[in-house]
Design a protein. Structure first.
Length: 207
């Protein structure tokens, strides 16, 4: 089942237009982003996922690049988010794997929050979106429970792809408390987040 889902979504992703990206240093406009703090511990589930999928967690520094969010890029992002949310059925790790916490691609068509995130991130990367702009993020949801979402860093701010909410929302509009996420410059480094203040960085603005 997953093979059919993955192939269909991957083919759809390949239809995306190329994404133009700019470095923060090439900046001409200022946007508001989630404030980033110090380096912190990686989630245990992420470490387990990397152990199982080393090719998807290659270490080393990378250039921080933001997506120029054109109208077409936004339409592509919305389409992929909806496709994955509809293709994968929700199921807890305990019911699916017999484990309290287990990060994996939803190979059987079922998964919980981080499984949705991992698949969305992979499909976007395969479609040519920069890895450094697609950040796995840990939050506390509206019930105060741990949750994972994908934050997409663009020249027009940061947006959240979520399996609990069908719409893609600006990071401040989710009602979540942000805990930590991957660093833009090294996917295996995690940094703390705060949502009580804002910080501005410079990035390129698209048409």
């Amino acid at each position: 089942m997953f093979v059919r889902i993955f192939v269909a979504l991957a083919c759809a992703a390949l239809l995306f237009v190329p994404i133009v990206v700019r470095t923060a240093e090439a900046a001409s406009a200022i946007s508001v982003y989630a404030p980033v703090g110090d380096v912190t511990t990686s989630p245990s589930g992420y470490l387990q996922f990397c152990n199982d999928n080393p090719g998807d967690c290659r270490p080393g520094p990378q250039e921080a690049r933001d997506i120029v969010l054109s109208r077409q890029a936004w339409r592509d992002l919305v389409a992929l988010n909806e496709q994955v949310n509809h293709a994968v059925k929700p199921m807890t790790d305990l019911d699916n794997y017999g484990k309290v916490e287990w990060w994996a691609y939803p190979t059987d068509g079922y998964g919980d929050c981080e499984d949705y995130v991992l698949l969305k991130r992979k499909l976007l990367i395969d479609a040519g979106w920069p890895r450094s702009a697609l950040l796995i993020t840990v939050v506390r949801d509206k019930k105060g429970e741990g949750h994972a979402v994908l934050m997409v860093k663009t020249d027009r701010g940061e947006f959240v792809l979520d399996n609990q909410e069908q719409k893609i929302l600006p990071w401040r509009a989710t009602g979540y408390r942000y805990v930590k996420r991957q660093s833009q410059t090294d996917q295996n480094v995690w940094v703390s987040l705060g949502d009580t203040q804002t910080t501005s960085i410079v990035s390129a603005r698209g048409d």
